[in-house]
Every structure is written in C-alpha cells, then in structure tokens.
Design a protein around this ligand. Structure first.
Ligand code: URA
Length: 420
C-alpha cells in the first residue's frame, strides 16, 4: 500500500477502506509517512468529506495510536462528558460531582485547551495543592475510593490526534466536521468510558458558529459512538453569551462551588442539570427527567458539594475552598470595576468579546507553553435583558497585572446597551 494512492483516492472522492485508514494513521504516527502527505490527505478530506463509517474507522485508528485506558477495574457504567468549549464553561466542575454523588463512577481526563480561558485542568489547578497528573492505576484507585477523579490527559492518549491537530492548525484544515468529530471522539474512546455525553456549543463564543454546523457535528459524533459500541448522546447549547457569571480559572471554581450550594445562575443551573441528567440516565438506565430530578436532589441535599470536597482532598487540594472559596482560593493582585458608559436596555453580552476580555487579563493562553493566570478573570454582575443606568457596575475584572486599555475596549464591544 502507498500513502500517495490513498491521498489520490480521497482527492477523487473515493471512500477509504479500514485497511487504508489504519495504514495511513499508523504510518504517520510512527513517522514513516511525512507531514506533507498527511497535510494533503487532511486537505482532501476537508474538500471531499468522509461518510460515517470512514469517520468511525479514522476515529478508531487514532484511538489505537497510543494508550487505551482500561477502566474495567471500576465497577459500573463509566460515563464521560465532553464540552466543545465556550466562554465561562465550568460544567465539568459541577456535573462531575453531581453525577458521582448519584453513584456514577466519574473517571475523567480533561485538557488545558488553548484559547480565551484555561481548560478544566487549569481551573482545577487554581485550587491550592490540587494535582491532576496521575497514572491510570492511581485514577482507578481514586474513583473506587471517592467516586470521582479528574486528571490531565496523558501524552500517550491518541498521539496521532496530537500530531494531526498541530498539522491541521497550520494547514487550514481544522474546520472539517469529520476531522473534528474523529479528533474529539478518538480521545474519548481512548480514555475508556462506556458511554459519552456531548455538550456541543454554537454561537459567537463557540467553535461552531451556527446551530446547523453544531447539529452536523453532534450527529457525526453520535454516529461514531454508535458505530464503535459506546452509547453517545449529544445536547446542543447556544454560546452567544457567556455561561454563568464568571469567566477565568479560580473565579469559575468559585462559581461552581456556589452552584453546588444551590446558588447558581439560572442559565448555568439549567445547562448543568441537562448534562448531569443525561449522564445519570446513561449510567443508571433511568429516564432523562428522572436523571435531572436526581441531579437537583444531590445539589439540594449538599451531597454533590461534599463529593467535590472529597475529590479535591483525594487529589491533594485544600477542601476548605468549598466552605470559603474567597479565602482559600487566593486573590488577584489587581481588580477593577467596569461601569456602564450609558444607560438603556442591556440587549446582549457578547460571548466572544467577553472571552477576549478575560484572555487579555491573562486567563487564557495563546500558545501551549504560556502560563494561565489562576486569578485572572471577569465576574459579571448582571445578565442581559435588563435596564441599566449610566455608572452601574457591570462586572469586576481581576488580574495579576494592571487592567489594560485593550481589555476595556473588548468590554465596550461586549456590552450592547440600547440608549434610553
Ligand atoms: N477539539 C478537538 O479536540 N479537536 C478538534 O479538531 C477541534 C476541537
């Protein structure tokens, strides 16, 4: 078999066989197939697409390219959850403990995503002492003892995806539904879960800009899951505006804790109950409605918050953050209130611009090696859909450096206030 023939077949609109896909992915991972040929194949897939079966084969080949986590030492149905990102997305910190409090074993590997704010791992690491680097054996032990562990993704998980993602990033081939679907699902499948809940976002602050694109991505990922024997459900959610009130690392941990205390903002609570309800439904075989009811019950009786505390403690962190987050998470060196420049109806708080504001405060990272400031972020004081007066406090900004004019300009863009 020759790599060039596989490229030509896809370039001409052919359907690749499982053997051809395996040959290519194995060869590229080993370094026998060079970047230029892989880039050509990615571009051919970008233009000609892949059917569900081919996409599933690509996913499996990428999942097989490295370590495949064995969670069989944990009894019960292991349900994973993946969000396609967004502004202020702290859902794992909420739905993980809620699902675990319902008896679903949560063994989750998360990332440090590039972008506006850190990934779940950066958020967790803003908790003093908390570690996220564990072997699979340590993870299995923690889940069996505590019910939950959220660890950083190991370098050995789906190395073909790591290599291909970096290549796609510089060859204009990121925005391809089969390639995105295979990339996300290969990591989920290699991470060992039996069932997967996907939270697919669309809108200004999301990767997918339209609902139609998000639906297509969700359908493709569900079809892959079904094809490879992992029950997969997807929920579509808008990301025109930030999720919840806080954007950043420590500030999102604080909001997650508040939500588990029953004091979350309504949009975030509804979002998390929907996801947790589906995880519980897949894990326990109950209806979504029953799953949501159980999730709400675990928030109301305090067991989900205790579960988060157990997890923090098992991972080496200070569980006192759950009782007094402001004291135990530490403080940013600089804070500044942002006031309404004029009065009127607050029509929209744009997700993308708020994300950029948080990014300029230091909450995100532009390249992999950048640090993500644990204390940088934005705490919003109001949501859209209300009347505001000139001089009202709209949000507070936190950072390890003085707030820049660039941050303020992103906030001016973010708040759409229609004059009185
Ligand atoms: N996230 C991923 O993990 N892969 C993609 O291709 C896009 C988003």
């Amino acid at each position: 078999m020759r790599a060039v023939d596989i490229i030509i077949k896809k370039r001409d609109g052919g359907v690749l066989s499982p053997a051809e896909i395996s040959f290519f992915i194995e060869g590229y991972t080993r370094g026998d197939i060079p970047d230029e040929q892989a880039a050509a194949l990615m571009m051919a897939i970008f233009f000609k697409g892949m059917d569900y079966k081919e996409t599933a084969e690509l996913t499996l080949a990428m999942a097989r390219s490295g370590e495949q986590v064995d969670l069989s030492g944990i009894p019960g149905v292991k349900v994973d959850k993946h969000s396609t990102g967004g502004i202020g997305d702290k859902t794992t910190l909420i739905v993980g403990p809620v699902a675990a409090a319902c008896g679903i074993p949560v063994a989750k590997m998360s990332g440090r995503a590039l972008g506006f704010t850190g990934g779940t791992i950066d958020k967790l690491e803003s908790i003093p002492g908390l570690g996220t680097s564990f072997t699979v054996e340590q993870m299995v032990k923690m889940v069996n003892e505590t019910g939950i562990c959220v660890a950083g993704q190991t370098a050995e998980l789906a190395p073909a995806d790591k290599k291909l993602y970096a290549l796609r990033d510089v060859t204009g081939t990121i925005d391809s539904i089969p390639l995105i679907a295979a990339s996300i699902m290969s990591k989920k499948i290699a991470a060992g879960a039996d069932a997967i809940v996907l939270d697919v976002k669309y809108g200004s602050g999301a990767f997918m800009k339209t609902r139609e694109q998000a639906q297509l991505l969700a359908d493709t990922m569900c079809a892959i899951g079904t094809e490879v024997g992992r029950r997969t459900v997807a929920v579509l959610n808008t990301m025109e505006e930030p999720l919840g009130m806080n954007i950043g690392n420590a500030v999102e941990v604080e909001e997650a804790i508040e939500t588990l205390k029953g004091r979350g903002s309504p949009d975030l609570v509804e979002h998390c109950l929907g996801l947790a309800g589906r995880m519980i439904a897949l894990g326990l075989g109950v209806s979504y409605e029953e799953g949501e009811r159980m999730a709400q019950e675990r928030i109301d009786d305090g067991s989900a918050l205790r579960k988060l505390g157990d997890m923090i403690e098992a991972q080496g962190g200070d569980r006192r953050v759950c009782s007094d987050p402001e004291k135990y998470l530490g403080k940013a060196a600089y804070s500044q209130v942002y006031y309404a420049r004029n009065g009127g109806f607050l029509r929209k708080i744009d997700g993308y611009s708020m994300g950029m504001a948080a990014f300029t405060l230091g909450a995100g990272r532009a390249v992999k090696t950048d640090p993500s400031d644990p204390h940088a972020g934005v705490v919003m004081h109001t949501r859209s859909g209300v009347n505001v007066s000139e001089g009202d406090a709209l949000c507070t900004l936190y950072s390890s450096r003085p707030v820049s004019a660039e941050t303020l300009s992103w906030l001016d863009n973010a708040y759409e206030i229609c004059g009185e």
